[in-house]
Design a protein around this ligand. Structure first.
Ligand code: SAH
Length: 219
């Protein structure tokens, strides 16, 4: 074993990841496919090496440019919220960031489309997808406020930055599709789940969350 970096056999091992997954189950994440997806994706590969020993703590971590990789519990919660028993064909994510949430979604959906407004973050995320062989993730350097009209309709849309939920996203949901997004309500953010049934949109709050803000334009 000597020679293998301590990090590979210690703080970032599959066993460490399984411990995190058990903790998420204790916190109420129940869906086996969600727990399996989080057990599968090496979160330490989505943060800077200097932070890799903290990758399996249940906390958000900085990824540069003032942005963060979401807390694993919140990633699991959002992922669980879009599973309704039907197969997930196409999923849209707004806010690629580190790429971690997209990698988790890619375990469960046929294809994941993800948009990021900060070019530098997107380049790093793309490199990670390539290295990890995640070939069912499609990326776009764009302002995600308009969604991805050319690929709609989606079975699910996951927004990973907080603000007013962009109204144009609703019509990009297919029938029975689910959107989850952190909505700014005064001083706090609430995770909202919206299900499309015919042309009705059923809203349900899932709890308080804390995401970086949704911003217009690209960098
Ligand atoms: N899903 C990410 C979370 C990243 S934080 C992960 O798993 O790591 C949210 C990201 O949303 C940031 O990278 C930010 O740059 C991006 N973002 C904010 N507003 C956006 C917009 N209008 N369009 C696309 N991306 C946006």
């Amino acid at each position: 074993m000597a020679g293998i970096g301590h990090s590979e056999i210690g703080m970032t091992s599959a066993a460490t990841r399984r411990r995190l997954v058990r903790r998420l189950a204790d916190k109420g994440i129940a869906h086996p496919a969600v727990l399996a997806a989080l057990a599968q994706v090496p979160r330490h590969r989505f943060v800077d090496e200097a932070l890799s020993s903290r990758a399996y703590e249940d906390s958000a971590l900085p990824i540069g440019r003032g942005q963060t990789i979401s807390q694993p519990y919140v990633v699991a919660l959002m992922t669980e919220a879009i599973l309704t028993g039907r197969a997930l064909g196409k999923v849209l994510e707004i806010g690629t960031g580190s790429g971690y949430q997209a990698a988790v979604l890619a375990q469960l959906a046929e294809r994941v489309f993800t948009t990021e407004r900060v070019g530098e973050l997107l380049r790093t995320a793309r490199q990670r997808f390539h290295e990890l062989g995640l070939h069912n993730i499609y990326t776009r350097h764009a302002d995600g406020l308009g969604g991805w009209p050319g690929q709609a309709p989606f079975d699910a849309i996951v927004v990973t930055a907080g603000g007013t939920i962009p109204a144009g996203l609703f019509e990009q949901l297919g029938e029975g599709g689910v959107l989850v997004a952190p909505e700014q309500q005064g001083q706090q953010q609430v995770l909202i789940r919206v299900v499309r049934r015919d042309d009705e949109f059923q809203r349900e709050p899932l709890g308080a969350v804390s995401f970086v803000p949704l911003r217009p334009g690209v960098e």
